[in-house]
Design a protein around this ligand. Sequence first.
Ligand SMILES: [Zn+2]
Length: 113
Amino acid sequence: MNETKFETAFYCIRCMSDSLHTVVYVNDILHKVTCQTCGRESVITPDLPKEVYIRYFDRILSKPSRITKEFKADLSHFLSSLPYRVLSKPYRTYREFKGIFKYVHKNDPPKEE
Ligand SMILES: [Zn+2]
């Protein structure tokens, strides 16, 4: 999980003027923009885990077509023949997922029993 913040001036529709905004990127995905004057928050990518998931599979499926063909032909053989280097990647991505999930839900109110 890699959160990047920076500040820039945008036009805010609530302030009706240009004001300083905090821009938040999570794993290079534009997540949200917050007006520092009135606090108006625009969430650009509300479903971060889904976005990371989509990008992850895009990365896998853009591997050489031989792998993609094997993947389609025989999933279990494909999985068992993967080199360790590739196998270690889903685990890292799972950890990344968990981090992002926590990040997304960190502001949720505590559950009432
Ligand atoms: Zn504003």
